[in-house]
Ligand binder design. Sequence first.
Ligand SMILES: NC(=O)c1ccc[n+]([C@@H]2O[C@H](COP(=O)([O-])OP(=O)(O)OC[C@H]3O[C@@H](n4cnc5c(N)ncnc54)[C@H](O)[C@@H]3O)[C@@H](O)[C@H]2O)c1
Ligand SMILES: O=c1ccn([C@@H]2O[C@H](COP(=O)(O)OP(=O)(O)O[C@H]3O[C@H](CO)[C@@H](O)[C@H](O)[C@H]3O)[C@@H](O)[C@H]2O)c(=O)[nH]1
Length: 337
Amino acid sequence: MERTGRNVLVTGGAGYIGSHACKTLAAAGYVPVTFDSLVTGWQEAVRFGPFEPGDLSDRARLDEVFARWQPVAVMHFAALSQVGESMSQPGRYWRANVLGTLNLIEAAVAAGCRDIVFSSTCATYGDHDGLLLDEDTPQRPLNAYGASKRAIEDMLRDFGASHGVNAVIFRYFNVAGADPDGEIGEWHRPETHLIPIILEVATGQRAALTIFGEDYATPDGTCIRDYIHVSDLVDAHVLGLRWLEDGRGSRVFCLGSGHGFSVREVVEEARRVTGHAIPVAAAPRRAGDAARLVCGSRRAVEELGWQPQRTDLASMIADAWRSPRGVEEFRLRLPAG
Ligand SMILES: NC(=O)c1ccc[n+]([C@@H]2O[C@H](COP(=O)([O-])OP(=O)(O)OC[C@H]3O[C@@H](n4cnc5c(N)ncnc54)[C@H](O)[C@@H]3O)[C@@H](O)[C@H]2O)c1
Ligand SMILES: O=c1ccn([C@@H]2O[C@H](COP(=O)(O)OP(=O)(O)O[C@H]3O[C@H](CO)[C@@H](O)[C@H](O)[C@H]3O)[C@@H](O)[C@H]2O)c(=O)[nH]1
């Protein structure tokens, strides 16, 4: 067994949110052991603990990694997570997310590791006529990605009843920004997320932002989302981990800022922050998009003692703007040797 502190198995630790979580876990005294297939992540982003390459579909590999590190808990970020893609390739989403997580839970249980922090999403809710969303809002996903995450939530509840699995389920709203120290950032190839794409337009890597739908029932016709800073989000994860270590049991928490911004408002804010024009072009709706997803819950603040620090959209965009915005730029910024 390799154990230098309290080992936490971080699936998806080479991805955007997972790499930020590894940095915060290491700072909090844990050893974040990244398990990642690199399907959408980057080995360069694994900087804060050991790397165990592997895919969630490979049960034998999972067993090996649990035996080697004997983690006290799992933080489960690994997933396919694009709303639009999930509508054209639902099989990939059900297989990778649902079957992959089933393997992970069974491997964890077999290894005697019963505490799991899980990345769920507000994409499990679907449209609710403009209502603010909280932990009790019915989940009626509009896309295969959200449906796969809802299924995993159900799976965790079933394994809780049968095998004593304790799950802190975080339903994130739209995660944005980057490590304020500028060490790591958000890089996807191809990029599909709104703010990184807007920043690619600002730097001239793309000609214009394509706005998917301007005929939604929102004030300016574009979709509204609630943006949460990735650093605040991962802080909540450490609190969630402690909640489980304290034996407080399974619980669902929404993580959002409580403020909704339309696509057009995000573009306006990015124009202010970057000083660039950011041209836009209209396009039809993207399949699977809800009109409005905004958090109305304070449970994480009240029960976990979560205190988000970077809640304004401008600081999220500014941190993303300053961060390495691509693996090539990140490689250039790495210290020599
Ligand atoms: N970004 C957001 O706004 C947001 C919002 C809500 C929920 N989430 C959830 O947070 C988690 C992390 O999202 P992200 O934005 O960092 O995505 P990401 O694509 O940057 O990271 C996902 C990581 O998981 C790895 N991975 C994927 N499938 C795997 C598999 N089968 N086996 C091993 N590794 C695998 C990828 O290589 C990648 O490193 C996901 O579960 C996502 O659904 C994200
Ligand atoms: O080029 C683009 C990209 C996005 N959008 C719109 O911008 C909004 C935000 O899109 P995106 O950044 O792709 O985020 P979501 O589709 O909302 O999904 C993110 O946020 C979800 C929670 O809401 C998570 O579960 C997902 O994993 C994560 O990808 C949506 O209305 C999109 O239609 C555009 O108009 N043009």
